[in-house]
Design a protein around this ligand. Structure first.
Ligand SMILES: CC(C)(COP(=O)(O)OP(=O)(O)OC[C@H]1O[C@@H](n2cnc3c(N)ncnc32)[C@H](O)[C@@H]1OP(=O)(O)O)[C@@H](O)C(=O)NCCC(=O)NCCS
Length: 286
């Protein structure tokens, strides 16, 4: 374990009514400066603005439209470090068959704070005090998948794809989040044909460059992890769907480290984080 502690990180849940325009601007800026770049097929699929290698940008208005849909139960969790926004998550909850589904619509960490378990901590903070029956996220990034599985379930070590196979379409069909509702399931789990080795993902028409996420996937596989979601076609994102329940021992250990120490209030926690074990040079730069 390399020990590169950050200054204390504050994790904070923000009620929907308290999400200010300034918070949206900060989040949109972080996204635009660090989320990723357009891939080789973006321009021809979605237009000249999406030139290969150009940053994927997000305006506060678009962020509001995408992640704060009207008449929906929306949530925002932030991590700040020395007053600076280090990362954030937006989520929306809705009811499916009598159960609350919590869906991550956006998760982004500033590159200089990556690999300190901020994403995992944000997701653990998001679920605090809630009794969610299930969780979902669409993401091309394996680290987002790992963070979600750790915070919501039993980690990548014990993935159960049954909920996705049996309920993904119905859960997504009743989502108030446009891109989730419109996503097209792909992979052998859903018996779609014609693509070898694609298991559990969805076409979302999001043509972000996959170079860095696929490098991270190689690093994850090199840890001996048997990646259950299969390959990722362009324009698609991995689909993670997890049944609500307890996190496992490792998730609980991270939760205690990040969220229990020096707790200031029900809404805010302060934690001192160290770099996650691994090669300090393999952070991708966003
Ligand atoms: C994906 C992202 C949110 C991860 O944030 P993060 O704070 O670095 O993630 P964490 O430190 O909580 O790490 C989560 C897991 O991924 C692993 N991981 C993170 N980055 C990694 C890397 N570069 N290589 C290998 N593994 C990595 C961690 O080891 C951890 O796994 P573990 O709990 O089994 O040890 C961040 O990289 C990001 O903002 N990327 C760009 C935006 C994006 O793709 N967002 C997701 C779409 S919704």
């Amino acid at each position: 374990m390399t020990s590169t502690p950050l200054p204390p990180v504050v994790f904070e849940n923000v009620a929907a009514d308290d999400i200010s325009e300034a918070m949206l601007v900060e989040a949109a800026n972080l996204f635009s400066n660090s989320y990723g770049v357009w891939g080789p097929n973006a321009e021809k699929n979605i237009g000249p603005f999406a030139k290969q290698g150009r940053r994927v940008r997000m305006s506060p208005a678009r962020l509001r439209q995408q992640s704060l849909p009207a008449n929906a139960n929306n949530f925002h969790t932030r991590a700040t470090c020395g007053g600076e926004l280090a990362g954030y998550v937006f989520a929306t909850r809705w009811n499916y068959a009598g159960r609350e589904i919590c869906w991550i619509t956006q998760l982004c960490i500033d590159p200089k704070y990556r690999r300190h378990r901020l994403a995992t901590g944000l997701l653990l903070k998001l679920r605090e005090g809630k009794d969610d029956g299930g969780f979902g996220i669409l993401s091309s990034h394996p680290a987002a998948v790992l963070a979600a599985l750790r915070a919501f379930g039993r980690g990548i070590e014990e993935v159960d794809l049954k909920m996705a196979r049996e309920h993904a379409r119905a859960i997504m069909d009743c989502s108030p989040v446009g891109y989730v509702k419109e996503a097209v399931l792909r992979g052998s789990l859903f018996k779609t044909h014609g693509e070898d080795n694609v298991v559990c993902c969805a076409y979302t028409n999001f043509w972000v460059d996959h170079t860095e996420p696929l490098e991270v996937l190689q690093a994850v596989k090199a840890r001996g992890i048997d990646w259950p979601f299969g390959d990722l076609p362009d324009g698609c994102e991995f689909l993670v769907m997890v049944k609500g329940g307890q996190v496992n021992q490792e998730g609980e250990r991270i939760r205690k480290q990040l969220l229990s120490s020096e707790s200031e209030s029900r809404h805010q926690n302060v934690a001192v984080l160290s770099k996650v074990e691994g090669d300090p040079n393999d952070d991708f730069k966003g």
